[in-house]
Design a protein around this ligand. Structure first.
Ligand code: UDP
Ligand code: MG
Length: 313
């Protein structure tokens, strides 16, 4: 029988962990597979660390825990889970039960039937999310698709099943800023959707405030697309074209007397501000990519492990 790992990142999840573990364990025990859970404690400041250690102590065969040295973020936490997973199959899941573990048997069955390498879970609906989040998420996934060089499945988070082949390829990727759902699409192989209803969090608040959401979205865009550079270049060409047309218009106007350029204070100020802005935006966009090069060249590790529990070596 195949081995299965659940990868669960946790950041300040003391309110959900116990229930989350019980529900997840019940599902795992009903499966014929040899199963384990890898919890990644992403530098939580609450009681998550102690709770995870307690859970690990009661079930050393099945529960492994990785404590980070500080909060590195959701994507590095999932990356660590994939790096440490030795199983044939892995399912990436949130600690807050928004992606119900009870669906795992169905996902496994689908994977086996279709012999897929990836089963990505698509949200038919989302309970308990603010209108703002729903709207921005929708906008984000659609914009990403139109901007990026490959097509991503819409309305899909990191909740998915991946097999050994995909994990091995993932572990070879050298970029440090990882947009995991994008990278898993990017590796290819046979990927199939599984439709489900996303639930509300069982307790606690989202660990993705607007600032983190924004960073996440800009990572996705900058790592997967060079379109922003093309867009600002396009803006430059438009500006030049407008400049040439105006120059011709006013020169002819001067000769034939149909324009009075010397009364144009407003238009001069407007032009300076507008094209000054265009230039600053362009420099900003280029700067974003240089920032990424800077980060990637430093080649710092994506995360630092403080302590591991129940890992054989
Ligand atoms: N998470 C994490 N590090 C972070 C933020 C979040 O490990 O810096 C975890 C969090 O504990 C949860 C998962 O990532 O298990 C998804 O976060 P959350 O549920 O808050 O995001 P949402 O579902 O609201 O988008
Ligand atoms: Mg969640």
């Amino acid at each position: 029988m195949k081995t299965l790992t659940l990868i669960i990142p946790c950041y300040n999840e003391e309110l959900v962990l116990v229930e989350s573990y019980q529900r997840t364990k019940a599902v795992l025990d009903s499966l014929p597979h040899k199963t384990e859970i890898i919890y990644i404690n992403d530098g939580s400041q609450d009681n998550t660390r102690d709770l995870l250690n307690e859970i690990a102590a009661t079930n050393p065969q099945q529960v492994r825990v990785i404590h980070f040295s500080r909060n590195f973020g959701h994507q590095p936490a999932v990356t660590a889970g994939i790096n440490y997973c030795q199983s044939d199959l892995a399912v990436i899941l949130d600690a807050d039960m928004q992606d119900p573990p009870e669906l795992i048997p169905e996902i496994l069955a689908l994977q086996e039937k279709e012999e897929a390498n990836v089963v990505y879970c698509v949200r038919k609906s989302r309970e308990g999310e603010s209108r703002f989040k729903l709207f921005t998420a929708k906008l984000f996934y659609r914009t990403m698709n139109s901007m990026s060089e490959i097509d991503f499945p819409l309305d899909t988070g990191d909740f998915r099943l991946i097999d050994r082949k995909v994990m091995d390829e993932f572990n070879h990727l050298r970029e440090r800023g990882k947009y995991i759902r994008g990278l898993i699409s990017w590796v290819g192989f046979k990927q199939i959707p599984f439709y489900y209803e996303r639930k509300a969090r069982i307790a606690g608040d989202t660990k993705y405030p607007i600032s983190k959401m924004f960073r996440f979205a800009s990572y996705a865009l900058l790592y997967f697309s060079k379109k922003p550079l093309k867009l600002v270049m396009g803006l430059g060409f438009v500006a030049v074209l407008v400049g040439i047309i105006l120059a011709i218009w006013f020169t002819l106007g001067k000769i034939y007397g149909f324009s009075h350029a010397e009364t144009g204070w407003t238009s001069i100020i407007f032009t300076i501000i507008f094209f000054g802005g265009v230039q600053l935006i362009t420099v900003g966009v280029v700067g974003q990519y240089i920032g990424i090069l800077f980060d990637e060249i430093k080649a710092r590790p994506e995360y630092i492990v403080d302590e591991k529990k129940n890992f054989p070596h």
